[in-house]
Design a protein around this ligand. Structure first.
Ligand code: DOR
Ligand code: ZN
Ligand code: ZN
Length: 438
């Protein structure tokens, strides 16, 4: 007996759409096709609805352990699944930072206890942890190594020699925060006397472009596989464009860089202080063009919650980062509504490509045997984002009051319905650790 049968759903894949029935059993997709034989405990007519795999957000900062006044694995994952993100990969700049077997396993234990989303973790690169990285990679404990080329929230910045050594000595995927520390230092100094400089001037586009150029050289030399986080500028795209598909480099773009710009932001500038910074309109448009042309691989939220009290500090003291996991899917759906991209591209960049890049077992595709992580949704409906509805502990969003796509009609994690129309169910089952096929 199936647990759930979705009848006449329009399944969206990067290659197109098809109408089919989907049956779920024991947390897996048990059947996809014309009417299946057999009965189901629950049957839903999905006529007029789309179904896609749950969103995989390869870039969240859930702050747990150590910074749980901002977020924790419970609140962060509730925010995620409420709006269709069924799998998250957590960044290592927690307290303590996730940099070895002990801290990695401790974080996974917390996630196992508290997360209602499926989860995996990044390990942070330090000057001397290549050996630990390699063991954790071989043991399937981490999705990859996060490398901060510049200092941002946390303590994980690395100098040139250490970066080169990491590329030579470690294995697995390297995810990179690409800003050049030397250029940042120079511009920081130039603006140090101003009380409220433009963040985009303090950490200018050229710092991102310089770091990306350097990564390209490192990848050419070492052949390592690199995933560049949060591309934010036209210049980075220009550098990568002629290399597309030739080098083992993939890329991520965030909703905040796609939907916010220096010229159009009207609120408190500290709220959108983020590294890399929100850029001018020109960059934002270049990012959308790249999305449309299939030149970027993944959407990631870079969910980096800080409290409003922390954001109320002066420019220099205010922490960088903003919540985003809860608005990732509805913002992108609204972009589909307004013709920025097709649903096929959305599924490609939210599901299929992250599953492939991180080699996630059972994720990213609707097929028999895959995990039953699904979103049932309608297209073309929108709503206004209400602060009161947010699950993130940070309790705010730069998109409050803005038009977003309607919440998914249903979000299903491991076969369980966890949210309907933006409302979480009462008892949420625990998420599962992702596994890697590599
Ligand atoms: O703005 C940012 N915030 N950029 C980062 O790289 C880290 C993040 C955070 O963890 O707060
Ligand atoms: Zn970053
Ligand atoms: Zn980040």
């Amino acid at each position: 007996m199936y647990d759930l049968l979705l009848r006449d759903a329009t399944i969206v894949q990067s290659t197109g759409r098809l109408v089919a029935d989907i049956a779920l059993e024991d947390g897996k997709i048990a059947y996809v096709g014309g009417s299946p034989g057999g009965k189901a405990k629950e049957e839903v007519s999905a006529i007029g609805h789309f179904v896609m795999p749950g969103v995989i957000d390869g870039h969240v900062h859930f702050r747990d352990p150590g910074l749980t006044h901002k977020e924790d694995w419970s609140t962060g994952s509730r925010a995620a699944v409420r709006m269709g993100v069924t799998t998250v990969l957590d960044m290592p700049n927690t307290v303590p930072p996730t940099v070895d077997a002990k801290t990695a396993k401790a974080k996974l234990a917390i996630a196992a206890e508290r997360s209602v989303a499926n989860y995996g973790i990044w390990i942070g690169a330090t000057a001397d942890n290549a050996k630990a990285i390699n063991k954790l990679w071989d043991d399937g404990v981490i999705c990859g190594t996060k490398l901060f080329l510049a200092h941002t929230t946390g303590t994980l910045g690395l100098d040139d020699d250490a970066v080169h050594k990491l590329f030579l000595d470690s294995k697995g995927l390297i995810g990179v925060h690409a800003e050049d520390q030397r250029l940042l230092d120079k511009h920081h100094k130039a603006h140090a006397k101003e009380p409220r400089p433009e963040h985009n001037d303090v950490r200018p586009p050229e710092a991102a472009a310089e770091a990306v150029s350097r990564l390209v050289r490192l990848v050419r030399e070492t052949k390592r596989r690199v995933h560049i986080c949060h591309l934010s500028t036209a210049n980075e795209l220009t550098i990568l464009e002629p290399l597309f598909g030739d080098l083992p480099i993939t890329t991520e773009v965030t909703p905040h860089h796609l939907f916010l710009s220096v010229e159009t932001w009207q609120g408190d500038k500290n709220l959108i202080k983020v590294n890399p910074p929100i850029r001018p309109e020109l960059d934002r448009r270049a990012l959308w063009t790249a999305v449309k042309r299939g030149r970027l691989n993944t959407f990631g939220s870079d969910h980096a919650p800080h409290t409003l009290e922390e954001k109320a500090a002066d420019y220099w003291e205010a922490p960088a980062g903003m919540p985003g996991v809860e608005t990732l899917f509805p913002l992108l759906m609204n972009a589909v509504k307004h013709g920025r991209m097709g649903l096929e591209r959305l599924v490609e960049m939210c599901c299929e490509q992250p599953a492939a890049i991180f080699a996630l077992e059972g994720k990213g595709r609707i097929q028999v045997g895959a995990d039953a992580d699904l979103i049932l949704f309608k297209e073309g409906e929108s709503t206004k984002l209400k602060k009161s509805e947010l699950e993130t502990k940070a309790g705010w969003s730069p998109f409050e009051g803005k038009e977003i796509g309607a919440p998914p009609v249903r979000v299903i994690v491991n076969g369980h319905t966890v949210a309907r129309n933006g409302t979480l169910m009462d008892d949420l089952p625990k998420g599962q650790a992702v596994t890697y096929k590599r």
